[in-house]
Design a binder for this molecule. Structure first.
Ligand SMILES: C[S@@+](CC[C@H](N)C(=O)[O-])C[C@H]1O[C@@H](n2cnc3c(N)ncnc32)[C@H](O)[C@@H]1O
Length: 216
C-alpha cells in the first residue's frame, strides 16, 4: 500500500511517518527495506579508499531521533556525507520533505541511489559521485549535514573546515552517528547525550586573535 502511494506521489511526510510508526519498533528496518525494494547490503567496490568506512545502513530508529533533534523542515537541504545506496537519504526526505543531496564515492552505490530515487518517484534527492572531502564546493547547498561515520582523520578535518566556513554565513546542524568529533568551538550539542547519535548546531564562530590583528 505504502509502495503504491509512494509511486503515485500520494504520501505526505506526515503520512509516511505515521505509516512507519505503525510498524512495531523492531520491524521498522525490515519494513523499510521491503518498501524500498532493497535486498541485503550491497558489496563494497575497489573504489573505496583505504581508511574510508564501507557501507552499513543507519538504523531507522537513529534516523527518527536525528529528524527530531535536528528539527529538519521541508525548507532544509540535508547533505548525506557518504550516502551508500541512498536508503537514509530517501528516509530523511520522505519523513521531512527536505531536499537531500547524497555524496558517495562508490559508483555502484551512486547508481543504486539513482535507481532508488526513481523507484520511489522522489525528485528532491540529488546524487553526487566523488570523495566527499574533495566535494567541498557542493557542501554549500546544505543546512543539515549527516555523517554516519564515512571516515575520520584528515578527510573529516577537511569537511569540518568547510562546514565552519558555511557556519560563518548561517546556522547549520551537523548530525553524527558513531563519529566522535574533535572539539570545535563553533558547534554546540543540540541533542541529549547518546552513545550513537550527536546532533550539533553551529554557533557564530569568532575570528581568532590572529585574524583580528591581520584585519587591523
Ligand atoms: C557507514 S556507511 C553510511 C551510509 C548512509 N549514510 C547511511 O546512513 O545509511 C558510509 C558510507 O560512506 C561512503 N564513503 C566512505 N568514504 C567516502 C568518501 N571519502 N566520500 C564519499 N563517500 C564515502 C561509503 O562508501 C559508505 O557508503
Amino acid at each position: 500500500m505504502v509502495r503504491l502511494q509512494l509511486s503515485q506521489q500520494q504520501l505526505s511526510p506526515a503520512e509516511f511517518r505515521a505509516a512507519l510508526m505503525r510498524v512495531p519498533f523492531t520491524a521498522r528496518d525490515t519494513w523499510l527495506d521491503l518498501v524500498f525494494e532493497l535486498d541485503g547490503i550491497p558489496d563494497d567496490g575497489p573504489e573505496l579508499p583505504r581508511g574510508c568506512v564501507p557501507y552499513l545502513p543507519c538504523p531507522v530508529d537513529v534516523l527518527c531521533r536525528l529528524v527530531e533533534h535536528a528539527r529538519i523542515e521541508p525548507s532544509d537541504v540535508v547533505v548525506d556525507v557518504g550516502a551508500g545506496p541512498g536508503r537514509a537519504a530517501a528516509v530523511l526526505h520522505l519523513m521531512t520533505g527536505a531536499a537531500v543531496v547524497a555524496l558517495e564515492i562508490q559508483p555502484a552505490l551512486v547508481d543504486a541511489t539513482r535507481a532508488l530515487a526513481a523507484r520511489l518517484h522522489v525528485d528532491r534527492l540529488a546524487v553526487i559521485e566523488g570523495d566527499a572531502a574533495e566535494l567541498t564546493g557542493r557542501m554549500h547547498l546544505g543546512s543539515v549535514f549527516f555523517l554516519y561515520c564515512p571516515f575520520s582523520g584528515e578527510r573529516l578535518e577537511r569537511v569540518l573546515t568547510d562546514l565552519e566556513a558555511i557556519a560563518r554565513t548561517r546556522e547549520i546542524r551537523v548530525c553524527c552517528v558513531d563519529l566522535p568529533l574533535p572539539p570545535v568551538p563553533w558547534l554546540e550539542l543540540a541533542s541529549p547525550a547518546a552513545n550513537d547519535l550527536a546532533v550539533y548546531r553551529s554557533v557564530t564562530p569568532r575570528a581568532s586573535p590572529g585574524t583580528a590583528q591581520s584585519l587591523r
